[in-house]
Ligand binder design. Structure first.
Ligand SMILES: *[C@@H]1O[C@H](CO)[C@@H](O)[C@H](O)[C@H]1NC(C)=O
Ligand SMILES: *[C@@H]1O[C@H](CO)[C@@H](O)[C@H](O)[C@H]1NC(C)=O
Length: 410
């Protein structure tokens, strides 16, 4: 049975009265309870985005219950349905860097000097994402910055476990650093770009290359509302933005656990950091705690999490004991000091806003050149709306313009 047959069956099932009522109630509550920031210029679109993203996961759950396909398969399929965007003035081709599939976007206009090269590491919790879903963003970046963009199709979880994702990204990056001249790219102008969980990959690749003293060096890293750590899951932004828009706290927890193949039902204790042993909390407090978040970001109500007994099981299942899982936020100063120039975008209405703010502090404390934009009306996922015409948010336009400005200035 192909996916279209399955979707047609899902459609038939959805027409049955019980499911119809279930879905109607679901939509009603999702619509009613959408958190809409007062600053937003596009309240209707934002509500739509929130409801549709919840709905996709819900339909995925229903199709799983009916034995049609797994929730993950369903969500992946839906993400691939997004339009590809404007193709003109670009040559696009698929190839492999070593064993890693990549898609390369090259401007067709003649060039007088070698171009910049952007390596794009997509988000999606390490579970979702394919070149189809990110086509628009890559095309936009290549055309507007006149750079060569390399989209990396790294292996996804939970089929492929950590550190497969990081290893693929490292392989693709070192290959491109070495072979960039074949693509008309200056090896000293290679920039890594990542959003959400792709931000974690970008930061981790940069730190690995620093540790290996690789030359040529990465010119810059661009982190767009990055996910960067799982050691404190009760930061102010986790509390303030727990209901979304789109990325809700329970959803993020569940997806993280799916990615790690962890069998944990009790997300509540995880949210209160029961997975972190006391010695780790103490050791990393100076870099990773609500104390490092400026007061202005706590204004929308923040309560320190209640003390909670440590759970060895949670500790092991979240793999905090795994050295390779250690966040770049927790690297020693000697490593952080050597990181490339950084562009960081944070959004006020983002569950993981504070990951970015904590990383920002580490970079600043270590004198790494940093360009920081904080979008007061921004939300997690805004970059996905680039070049979507009437669906594009005004904050999407501002964000992408700022990123392009940074790239052009390098
Ligand atoms: C493609 O290039 C031509 C010539 O430089 C330009 O006029 C046109 O606007 C470009 N198209 C897009 C979509 O950028
Ligand atoms: C770079 O390319 C050279 C020659 O093509 C090769 O010998 C070397 O191993 C490559 N280095 C990396 C890091 O891939």
């Amino acid at each position: 049975m192909n996916i279209f047959h399955r979707l047609f069956m899902l459609y038939l099932y959805l027409c049955t009265p019980i499911l119809f009522v279930e879905l109607s109630l679901f939509l009603y509550y999702a619509f009613k309870n959408t958190p809409i920031p007062s600053e937003t210029k596009d309240p209707v679109k934002l509500r739509l985005y929130h409801v549709v993203s919840l709905l996709v996961f819900r339909l995925g759950k229903i199709s799983e219950r009916l034995g049609i396909c797994s929730q993950i398969t369903f969500v992946r399929f839906m993400l691939n349905m997004t339009p590809a965007g404007e193709k003109s003035n670009l040559s696009i081709r698929d190839t492999k860097f070593e064993h890693v599939p990549v898609r390369i976007y090259q401007p067709t206009s003649p060039f007088t000097q070698p171009r910049k090269g952007l390596i794009y590491l997509h988000g999606g919790c390490g579970i979702f994402g394919s070149n189809r879903g990110y086509e628009r963003v890559c095309r936009h970046l290549a055309r507007k910055s006149d750079s060569v963009v390399v989209y990396v199709e790294y292996r996804l979880g939970p089929e492929h476990q950590h550190p497969a994702q990081l290893l693929d990204c490292l392989t693709a990056t070192t290959y491109f650093l070495n072979k960039s001249k074949d693509y008309g790219v200056d090896p000293n102008s290679i920039i890594l770009v990542g959003e959400s969980s792709g931000g974690a990959l970008v930061a981790a690749v940069c730190r690995e290359l620093v540790k290996r003293s690789t030359t040529p060096k990465i010119r810059a890293q661009i982190l767009i509302y990055p996910f960067l750590q799982i050691m404190d899951l009760s930061l102010p932004s986790h509390q303030q933005n727990q209901f979304g828009p789109a990325l809700t706290r329970p959803r993020a927890m569940k997806l993280g656990l799916v990615y790690m193949n962890a069998n944990i039902q009790d997300v509540e204790r995880l949210m209160n950091n029961a997975h972190v042993p006391e010695f780790m909390k103490m050791k990393y407090k100076k870099w990773l705690s609500a104390d490092c978040i400026p007061e202005e970001f706590k204004a929308r109500g923040y309560k320190p999490p209640p003390p909670i007994p440590f759970s060895k099981e949670l500790y092991e299942q979240t793999r905090l004991n795994d050295e390779t899982m250690l966040s770049p936020i927790l690297d020693e100063d000697a490593i952080v000091q050597q990181l490339p120039q950084t562009y960081l975008l944070t959004c006020e209405y983002d569950l993981i806003r504070d990951d970015g703010l904590l990383y920002k502090k580490r970079l600043e404390d270590n004198n790494v050149a940093l360009t920081w934009n904080h979008m007061k009306d921004g939300f997690h996922g805004l970059i996905m709306f680039v070049d979507t015409g009437p669906l594009e948010f005004s904050c999407t336009k501002t964000a992408i313009e700022n990123i392009l400005k940074f790239i052009r200035g390098l």
